[in-house]
Design a binder for this molecule. Structure first.
Ligand code: ZN
Length: 355
């Protein structure tokens, strides 16, 4: 099974009018300003006039228009297959195997595995685990007993899955069943060199480090944990706040604070990897994807970085574009640059820090 990831594979697929490649990439022809799907029946262009794209949108953005013969904008076989597989996993009472899923959507198991992961950041198997977790959450919210909810979510044995559920829910099933009641979330606001900072933690560790306006951030936090007891407690948060402020002033290069950030399995793996990037160093999204052993999931890795709830402590600011450009940052590029400068100042030669 070809993956159509290299230009050589793609060009061979175009020459062969390869139907299996439809929806996986598109090619555009410089001389006609038209883009096509690989299986387009039109005459093959000269190689030197051809550019490849990963989506119809990218071809349009580069100034090409859709071919009238093959209607490339309508063909997104991979997206369609993934959506169907996702629907089957969402609705099936008994979890289908990879080969059953693949047969249902008309792809090879290998091919489905690859496009599924590319688009959703997780394999069909990992996705199925998430579906079970979501069902479990819903069952618990609707008042089912923990054991009933576990069974109805498709878990075959409460005993083995209880421990794992704790990680996936961010709290134990019993705590979640009470809607977070009993779960204490304490927060405080602090002035930092980067502006107002909200720091919040459960009994297990930090669940939020954010920047912005306290008047917005506190209601947002409450909305995320509707039934938890969310209270202000500067005293309890003091060790966290002190650690973060010392980090910001360059005095603390190892921000080893405990976190309790929730997230999917995949997000947690990305956040763990971020914490392994040493102070003062940067990595690209591709390198981060390598670190978690998912070199093909660069986009999913980038979106997990963007969803990091615990700024600074999980140092997503250490991720830059390949080639060194800053890339994005939830709290703004200025802030990202300042953080990186502070870290460099500490590892370089007695440069004054910005703060
Ligand atoms: Zn065409």
């Amino acid at each position: 099974m070809t993956e159509f990831t290299t230009e050589v594979q793609r060009w061979e697929a175009v020459l062969a009018h390869e139907r299996a490649a439809d929806g996986l990439f598109w090619y555009a022809v410089k001389t006609t300003r038209v883009y096509c799907r690989p299986a387009c029946p039109s005459r093959r262009p000269r190689r030197e006039n051809v550019t490849f794209f990963d989506s119809p949108e990218e071809a349009v953005a580069a100034g090409f228009r859709a071919c009238r013969r093959c209607q490339p904008e309508r063909v997104n076989a991979a997206a369609q297959a993934v959506a169907t597989a996702q629907y089957l996993l969402d609705t099936a009472q008994t979890e289908p195997s990879l080969s059953e899923l693949a047969a249902a959507v008309g792809l090879s198991p290998f091919h489905l595995q690859r496009v599924f992961k590319e688009r959703l950041g997780v394999s069909p198997k990992q996705y199925a685990v998430r579906v079970r977790t979501d069902r479990l959450k819903t069952g618990l919210r609707n008042g089912q007993s923990v054991t009933t909810a576990l069974y109805e979510a498709g878990h075959d044995s409460p005993a083995t899955l209880y421990a794992r559920s704790t990680d996936q829910l961010g709290m134990t099933p019993r705590t979640y069943a009470r809607g977070g009641h009993g779960e204490m979330i304490q927060y405080t606001g602090a002035s930092s060199p980067l502006g107002q900072m909200l720091v919040a933690a459960t009994a297990r560790g930090l669940c939020a480090v954010r920047f912005g306006n306290m008047d917005d951030m506190v209601p947002e936090l409450r909305a995320e944990y509707p039934k938890a007891e969310v209270t202000e407690n500067a005293e309890a948060l003091k060790p966290y706040v002190t650690g973060i402020l010392e980090y910001l002033s360059g005095q603390n290069t190892a921000l080893n604070l405990r976190t309790d950030a929730g997230g999917t399995d995949f997000q947690q793996r990305v956040w763990d990897a971020l914490r392994r990037i040493p102070y003062g160093e940067t990595r690209s999204y591709a390198e981060l994807a390598q670190m978690i052993g998912e070199p093909g999931a660069v986009r999913a890795v980038a979106s997990a970085c963007a969803r990091n709830p615990v700024a600074l402590v999980v140092p997503c600011h250490r991720i830059v574009r390949t080639g060194g450009a800053l890339g994005g940052y939830r709290w703004g590029l200025d802030m990202k640059q300042r953080l990186l400068d502070t870290e460099k100042g500490k590892t370089g030669q007695a440069q004054p820090t910005l703060f």
